[in-house]
Design a protein around this ligand. Structure first.
Ligand code: SF4
Ligand code: SF4
Length: 171
């Protein structure tokens, strides 16, 4: 199956589920979407969603962040927007923010407050994962468990978790 369809199914978990029960953008003027050009990393295979949607509010670029899989170096794609989007087309990273998947030292999937969010997001500064709206963290885990069955996704997650470790040192 084209990975786009897998992500489109996962996206639906977050169509009506948000970190808080109200629009948290009102707390911070949507700080996570500010900036002339915001970029969110796409997870392995997710760029196929944007090939399929051909949306006019974002472009996919190659980032400098890389991981290795099957002896090849792969650049992580970045979805670049201009601070507004079609809510139903936004990428997984935006849907789960300020949470993120993370592999602990035993290689087990955890869902943590994204250490990169701590400098911009009032939720990430003030709350723990289990204080978010009911089931939000559980839904994030539910989204990533099937993706973790894919070998390339696991390879990406290992590098991504090491990358998050660098931010965790500061927060
Ligand atoms: S920065 Fe945090 S509180 Fe503000 S809109 Fe984004 S997720 Fe919500
Ligand atoms: S894609 Fe949408 S939700 Fe994500 S950063 Fe851009 S405007 Fe914000």
């Amino acid at each position: 199956m084209n990975s786009a369809y897998i992500y489109l199914q996962i996206y639906r978990l977050f169509d009506n589920t948000t970190p808080l029960k109200f629009d948290c953008g009102k707390l911070c003027q949507s700080a996570c979407c500010q900036g002339d050009e915001s970029g969110m990393y796409l997870f392995p295979g997710e760029k196929n969603v944007y090939r399929l949607l051909n949306c006019d509010w974002a472009k996919v670029e190659k980032s400098d962040f890389t991981y290795s899989y099957n002896g090849k170096t792969k650049n992580v794609p970045l979805l670049v927007c201009k601070g507004s989007c079609d809510r139903y087309e936004r990428p997984l990273a935006c849907r789960i923010f300020p949470l993120t998947p993370y592999l602990d030292k035993d290689g087990k999937l955890q869902v943590i407050m994204d250490p990169r969010a701590k400098s911009v997001c009032p939720i990430a500064k003030e709350l723990d994962e289990d204080e978010l709206s009911e089931n939000f963290a559980k839904r994030v885990k539910k989204a990533f468990l099937p993706l973790m069955k894919n070998a390339e996704f696991r390879a990406f997650m290992k590098t991504y978790s090491e990358y998050l470790d660098e931010f965790k040192k500061f927060f």
